[in-house]
Design a protein around this ligand. Structure first.
Ligand code: ZN
Length: 458
């Protein structure tokens, strides 16, 4: 009985002790166990027992870096009455943000019907891992490409690019030469050519359809239509206007057109000074282009083409040589003054017979062909003979000109401003004075000047 009583008392003591212990024992509560990367960490630890808040009795050590993903231990040491408690609590800094995939190029991406999609590029940037483009994997399913990437915390992003196999782009249709060609009645129209390039089909020049026709024997404006479609039915069209015009031929305008061949040279500047002083315009058929050519053009004179080589044996050997030479001087002039002159003069004139030495009937062919190509050629009907026996004789040059002027014709005067023609320069002022005193006007040759042409002898 005594033993039982003792056990009972013991039980009461233990119970009481446990009760007191549990009443006094500090409870530790931490509210923040998971912290998002970059968020502020505030341990927010509560320590208390039934009677009071014991937070002040605790020493807390922590080294949580919220900028670094990881698991951190927080140590909590409490001294209170007879309690000595050491607790460690775990918190985790986590990254919940997904990487961002940016697609370069187009979405949807347009690819030619028979084409192959070429990757247009992409980048993947993660808030924590930074650039993870190299971790992107691509998968092609039907006409879609899926780009997926996971950051080191396992956050996954998937982006889709759609591929459309279509051609919505028109071919590019370009015409050789100009879109407006002026030809004279009775000449021949030669198609200058064209080119059609498609983004998907490549060169489709042979698919160009041309409609419309030109009657060079009838005055008017003719439209040539060019049309081309690519294999997806995208159509491109363009038009060329051919203007057929009557060339006025009149021998009675009484105007003097001074023309200077074979320049420019240093003498050109002297010629320009005189023309400037006398306030008249002239025409230069050039074999080169330089600052004097530029000055002549800027001062309102006409620049015509003569020849690049002025070598009869070359230019009159065949028509290819002739046009190669003409294109050369044309490009040279274009480089200097920015235009391609359309007014020309044949070396030796269209009536020359020297060409017979190199090719039979070449002048017959060339005089037609230059017109077909849109050029207007001029010969002359007043010869200063300054490239002949009177090269050094200013007086003869003067009379050669003034004795052949007439109010009943269009006076196209042949002179030279190349090296060695100082006598021409010396006669020029007197020629102009004579013209002015006798009621003539001076003009530069234009497209509207009546043509003066010799008869062809070869
Ligand atoms: Zn010449």
């Amino acid at each position: 009985m005594k033993k039982l009583k003792f056990l009972l008392i013991l039980l009461i003591i233990i119970t009481t002790f446990l009760l007191i212990y549990s009443i006094l024992s500090p409870n530790i509560i931490i509210n923040q166990r998971k912290i998002n990367l970059g968020d502020e960490f505030n341990p927010d630890i509560e320590i208390y027992n039934l009677f009071e808040d014991l937070t002040d009795n605790a020493i807390i050590t922590e080294n949580v870096d919220t900028k670094k993903v990881g698991i951190y231990e927080i140590k909590c040491q409490i001294k209170y009455l007879f309690f000595r408690i050491n607790r460690s609590i775990v918190v985790e800094v986590i990254d919940k943000e997904k990487p961002v995939i940016t697609l370069e190029g187009n979405n949807p991406s347009l690819v030619c019907p028979n084409g192959i999609y070429k990757e247009e590029g992409y980048t993947a940037i993660d808030n924590y891992d930074k650039n993870i483009t190299d971790k992107v994997s691509t998968t092609k399913i039907d006409n879609n490409i899926f780009y997926s990437v996971k950051d080191s915390s396992g956050n996954e992003t998937i982006v889709k690019r759609e591929i459309k196999f279509v051609d919505e782009e028109k071919p590019i249709l370009t015409l050789n030469g100009t879109n407006n060609i002026t030809l004279y009645l009775g000449s021949k129209y030669v198609e200058p050519g064209y080119r059609a390039i498609d983004n998907c089909d490549g060169d489709i020049t042979n698919k160009v359809i041309i409609t419309g026709n030109v009657d060079t024997n009838r005055i008017g404006t003719y439209k040539i239509n060019y049309e081309v479609s690519d294999s997806s039915g995208n159509k491109a069209t363009t038009i060329r206007n051919i203007i057929i015009k009557k060339k006025t031929i009149s021998y009675g305008n009484g105007i003097i057109y001074l023309t200077f061949d074979d320049g420019p040279s240093y003498l050109t500047s002297k010629v320009l000074d005189i023309l400037n002083e006398e306030k008249i315009k002239a025409t230069f058929f050039v074999t080169n282009a330089d600052i004097y050519t530029k000055r002549a053009y800027e001062e309102g004179h006409t620049i015509g083409l003569h020849s690049y080589t002025h070598d009869y044996s070359y230019i009159y050997a065949n028509s290819k040589n002739y046009f190669d030479d003409l294109n050369k001087i044309s490009n040279k002039v274009h480089d200097v003054i920015g235009i391609y002159p359309r007014i020309i003069r044949f070396p030796g004139g269209s009536s020359n017979t020297v060409s017979r030495n190199y090719a039979d009937k070449i002048m017959t062919f060339l005089t037609e062909e230059v017109v077909n190509r849109g050029y207007t050629y001029f010969d002359w009907n007043v010869d200063a003979n300054d490239a002949g026996s009177d090269i050094n004789n200013s007086i003869n040059i003067y009379y050669n000109v003034v004795n052949n002027l007439s109010h009943n014709k269009t006076n196209v005067v042949l002179m030279h401003d190349s090296m060695g023609h100082i006598a021409t320069v010396n006669a020029l002022k007197d020629i102009i004075r004579y013209g002015k005193e006798n009621g003539y006007t001076f003009k530069a040759i234009t497209n509207d000047t009546p043509v003066i042409r010799h008869s062809v002898n070869n």
